[in-house]
Structures are given as structure tokens and as C-alpha cells.
Design a protein around this ligand. Structure first.
Ligand code: SF4
Length: 295
């Protein structure tokens, strides 16, 4: 049976939150650096990317949040057989409240009925935690902080979409994704990264889209058809000219990641989870020996 020390694990989770809020992952920084180099000297886009990169460095050096909106905290947790999800949930909630005290996170949990802020970023469904059991004798915590601005431009389509001449096929999927990014221009703090869920029901489709955002930017989809669609969409979306923060430029999206689910014959959903440049995600693996590693 996997065992852990609760106090030690809570502190390790606090470190995971600190990293997620203050230190963008290497693949994201490298992608922003490449986008910076890909803009013309003196252009607004190059200057915006320069400011973004300075902001990233400062946040890392001072352990302060990369953006004032520390976002919805989304956890994907893999556990070995027999581990209590209830106990891990309690530790994550405690670490979250402590992260607010240390100013790694902003108190972002507002009661939807009363409008009252809980004050510690903990509330009903906040943080959001999804557990899955796996065969490994380790626990993996994946954490993503998703800002409100980019969440507000995330969306879901139902095919066919007559207005867009988008049918119930991959060409239809392509068309609605292009439309979503066009609709988002000037909003959501571009350049974006798109997590796409094809199929499922309204809920599982959104979940599939968000889960895609845990992938690394340079990876390639295992499914060759989806890999081709990801690459085509990235190239074509970057021809839209929206650019960083909508100032125009060569990089409108840094990546497109697509997953698919079986669906009912009657339904064909395409969900688009739009992530902003402040693409905050880190993970932590805890071994049964107590050894911990962060990525
Ligand atoms: S969308 Fe992202 S970068 Fe923009 S304000 Fe929200 S968290 Fe910050």
C-alpha cells in the first residue's frame, strides 16, 4: 500500500503551486522566445513578446505570479490502486489556501449565488480535481492554472453548423476551430494554445479539450490524422495575423492539441479550450520512497 506523510506532501503540493504560478514551463518559454525571434525588428509584436519575456523572468526571479489572474486551478491526479481520493483532495485544498497566504495565488473563488469571495481560493468545485487510477506505484499531480480571459473565449460547437458551412466531418471540425480563433481576436491574451475535444457529450468533450492542454507544445499526436490536422491548423491560424495580444504578427497560436472521443450518432461536438500565453502548468511525481520530482 502506497504511504505518504501528510505534512510533507502538503508542502510538496505548495511547491507545485508556487512553480505553476510563478515559473512558466521550459517548452512554453522556448516557444515564446521563438515567436519573439520570428517577428520583425521594431514591430509591435516583437515589442509585446519582449515584454512578455521580461515579465516571465521577473516572476521567476521574485517568485511572484506571472499574471494577476492566477486562474482556475485544474488538477489531473494519477493514483495507485487503493489510495484515498478524499484525503488527497483535503491536502490539495489545504495547500491551495496556504498558497493564497503566501501570495502565490489570488483568492479567486467566488460563491456564484451570493457573490462572496471565499478568501482562500477554495470553494465548491474549486480547485477542480480529476482523479484517475493507474498501474504505477507513484502519484502524479498535474496542475494547470487557467486564466479567466482565455476561458471566456473557450467555446463549443455542434456540427453541422449551417452558418459556417461546417459539416459533420474533419473539414467541419477545421472550419469551427478557425472561426473560434477569429472570434477570440483581441481577447484571451494571444498567442493562444488550443486544446480541442472532438466528440463525446457536452461535458466530456470540454474535458477532453482541457486534458489536451497538459501536453507539451513540441510533441506530436500519436494519431497521424490528428497530427496532420494539428499542423495544418497551426500553420493556417498563424496566417490570420492576429499576433500577440491582438497587435498583429506572425504568431497567433503556439500550438494546437487535439483529442477525440466516441460520440452518439445524434451528436457531434467540437470543444475548444483556449489557453493564453500565460500557459501555466507543472507536474509532480511522488514515489513510494518519498522521493519527489517536478517537471
Ligand atoms: S487571459 Fe491569461 S494572460 Fe490574460 S489576464 Fe487572464 S491569465 Fe492573464
Amino acid at each position: 500500500m502506497f504511504q505518504y506523510d501528510e505534512k510533507v506532501l502538503k508542502d510538496q503540493l505548495l511547491e507545485l503551486i508556487r512553480l505553476a504560478a510563478t515559473d512558466l514551463p521550459k517548452d512554453v518559454v522556448e516557444s515564446i522566445q521563438a515567436a519573439h525571434q520570428n517577428e520583425e525588428d521594431g514591430s509591435a509584436a516583437r515589442s509585446v513578446f519582449g515584454m512578455i519575456l521580461k515579465n516571465i523572468e521577473l516572476a521567476r526571479a521574485e517568485s511572484t505570479p506571472i499574471c494577476q489572474d492566477t486562474g482556475t486551478n485544474i488538477y489531473l491526479v494519477h493514483i495507485p490502486e487503493g489510495l484515498s481520493m478524499r484525503k488527497l483532495t483535503k491536502l490539495i485544498r489545504e495547500a491551495t489556501a496556504e498558497a493564497v497566504e503566501k501570495s502565490y495565488l489570488r483568492p479567486n473563488a467566488v460563491d456564484s449565488l451570493t457573490g462572496k469571495n471565499s478568501g482562500n481560493n477554495v470553494g465548491d468545485g474549486q480547485p477542480y480535481i480529476h482523479f484517475e487510477e493507474w498501474d504505477n506505484d507513484t502519484i502524479e499531480f498535474k496542475l494547470m492554472l487557467k486564466g479567466g480571459g482565455c476561458e471566456n473565449v473557450s467555446t463549443q460547437y455542434k456540427l453541422p453548423d449551417v452558418g459556417l458551412s461546417a459539416g459533420r466531418d474533419m473539414e467541419g471540425v477545421y472550419k469551427v476551430i478557425i472561426d473560434a480563433v477569429n472570434q477570440a481576436q483581441g481577447l484571451g491574451c494571444a498567442p493562444g494554445i488550443l486544446g480541442i475535444g472532438i466528440g463525446g457529450d457536452r461535458m466530456s468533450s470540454h474535458m477532453a479539450a482541457k486534458t489536451q492542454l497538459f501536453r507539451k507544445i513540441p510533441d506530436t499526436n500519436d494519431n497521424p490524422d490528428l497530427a496532420k490536422l494539428e499542423s495544418r491548423l497551426k500553420d493556417d491560424l498563424n496566417k490570420l495575423g492576429v499576433g500577440p495580444m491582438g497587435f498583429g504578427g506572425n504568431t497567433t497560436v503556439m500550438g494546437v492539441k487535439i483529442g477525440s472521443l466516441h460520440r452518439l450518432p445524434a451528436s457531434f461536438f467540437v470543444s475548444i479550450s483556449y489557453m493564453c500565453w500565460a500557459y501555466r502548468r507543472h507536474s509532480m511525481i511522488l514515489k513510494s520512497s518519498g522521493e519527489v520530482s517536478y517537471d
